[in-house]
Design a protein around this ligand. Sequence first.
Ligand SMILES: [Zn+2]
Length: 463
Amino acid sequence: MDARITYYLDCVLVLAWSVLLLIVAYGFFDNIVNVSRRSQYKFDSGRTDFRLYCLNVSDVSASTPSGGGAKGGRSTALAGPSSRRSLVTPPADGDDDDLAQARRGSSADSRNGLGLVGLRNIGNTCFMNSVLQCLSNTKVLLDYIRNESYQKDVNNTTSSMKGALIKAFSELIKELWGSDTSGPVNTAALKAQIQRFAPRFMGYAQQDAQEFLRYLLEGLHEEVNRVTSKPKPITTDIDDNLSDAEKANEAWRRYLRAEDSFIVDMFVGQLKSTLKCTHCGHCSVTFDPFWDLSLPLPSGRHTTSVRLAHCLDAFTKEETLDGDEKPKCAKCKERRRCTKSFSIQKFPQVLVIHLKRFSPLERYRGKLNTLVEFPLEGLDLSQFAAEPQSGPSPRYNLYAVSEHSGTPYSGHYTAHCKNPLDNRWHEYNDSRVSSASGRSAVSPEAYVLFYEREGGTTQKSRL
Ligand SMILES: [Zn+2]
């Protein structure tokens, strides 16, 4: 063969190999990038549950430098230099440490002992951090923990956790409020206890803050339940001849027989539901304890904002049960078309309001971003009372908001809380804490609202 032809063939072969090598190398590199991206974002496309994952704070900021994500823009404006910093910092492990370092040099020192300390995000735990900061700023609970009164209440018999959960919770609260705490606090010890108590919160999947709050409060209640031996359940119905107020009292008494704690004293209210037969007019009432009120949001296409009172109206208003839903009327002894309505029998000291932004039916369709206008002070619930109130009217002041930004599939939780010592508002965004205004808590991201009743802790468990 001609030497020149051989030479050209060799050239072509070398060229082909080079191209092939380049393709392989590129594929390999791309794969590595994907893998690392995956692990960073805890990407989990196989999960079919809703509200999946939260990006780390720095990821959110980094991926929305123009403030495209609602939270990206707002928190930057509020948080100032410390959050702007994350815009240029690629998401990396240990970023929290850097942040802590950066802050330690600034204003952090003057904040010691005021509970103005962030919580580390240890892998999709922003839902937990948000709720913990709201509870940390719940004055009655904070006092109960800090003055150690919970110690004498620890239930070592019927509580499944034998005090380990409330102990971990109180250690975290004390660290948040400690005078020698400087950096963000690690929640790993508490998280481990929560996972023992409620294994569904295991792993690193994003969870729903309201569900988590409910679990945590009920868990803490169990830990300090004054009922230390399980009472025999009462199976008889409440006497129908009693007045509504007497029925309510009896229902509450029965509830306290099994569930009676400082946490119940503070957080649990009683809801009255009235079923009225449209045929004979007979009313049957039932009374149930509630840990929070889940309010529906009007979801019309053009509804962009609504007042909280309207959500309460929608929650308490009469609805008609007809067709398959027809209940049996106790008087007619037949299934009848009935109306059903709710009212509040007992107002809790701490009122938790859950805005139903994620309807179970809308699970895969998204989230309602309606702005709910709620008052910071003087929320008067008199008109939703089951009966005229003998004491002062049930008026509430806002002190914390757990917020969700983003979509149901990839979102982030933060909180706005009013410090119970100096009454100033702050925004809590995982490891970051920055001053804020109370008004900025009213946003389309507000998800769970914490109100405290005016007039202190006068009524304990009684109706
Ligand atoms: Zn009837």
